[in-house]
Design a protein around this ligand. Structure first.
Ligand SMILES: [Zn+2]
Ligand SMILES: [Zn+2]
Ligand SMILES: [Zn+2]
Length: 154
């Protein structure tokens, strides 16, 4: 996400893509689901659930916390957003439903997150799980360190 020069247009295209995915899969993209997704994309950085709640409380639109959590759940289940466990935050997926798992690199200096999805990572995991006779469901890979920008500005 650090590479987007015009964040408004990247929010717009994420919303349009979500709209398409929902209509293709017969999912109801309700107002609250839209609002939550938009807040996540607009934040540009990973955002915590209570910050999402905060923003919604500031809107005219009244939604109780359980409604907001259900909307988040929906977005997660349908691959539109990801949870970053190490930051206990949420971030929009730039390429929803293109593969099973997304992997992340997180800069601890500027908090930028990039997806570093790569089939070779998935292949290694599959073969290791096979060796362990384990049927995996969720995989969370979050690598933190320093991004190029921060390295250069040191
Ligand atoms: Zn993703
Ligand atoms: Zn991905
Ligand atoms: Zn950085």
């Amino acid at each position: 996400m650090s590479n987007c020069s015009d964040h408004n247009s990247c929010v717009d295209s994420a919303m349009k893509e979500a709209e398409n995915i929902c209509s293709k899969n017969n999912l109801r993209f309700t107002d609250i689901r839209k609002t939550v997704l938009k807040i996540i994309w607009e934040s540009h950085k990973p955002i915590k659930a209570y910050d999402i709640l905060d923003k919604i409380t500031g809107m005219e639109f009244s939604a109780k916390p359980p409604t907001v959590y259900r909307a988040l759940e929906f977005l997660l289940e349908n691959g539109l957003v990801h949870k970053i466990n190490s930051l206990n935050s949420f971030i929009g997926c730039p390429h929803p439903l293109q593969h099973d798992q997304c992997y992340f690199i997180i800069c601890s200096a500027c908090d930028e997150i990039e997806e570093c999805c790569d089939e070779s990572i998935s292949d290694v995991i599959k073969s290791v799980m096979k060796k362990n006779k384990f049927l995996h469901k969720n995989i969370a890979i979050e690598i933190n360190g320093t991004c190029q920008n921060c390295l250069e500005s040191k």
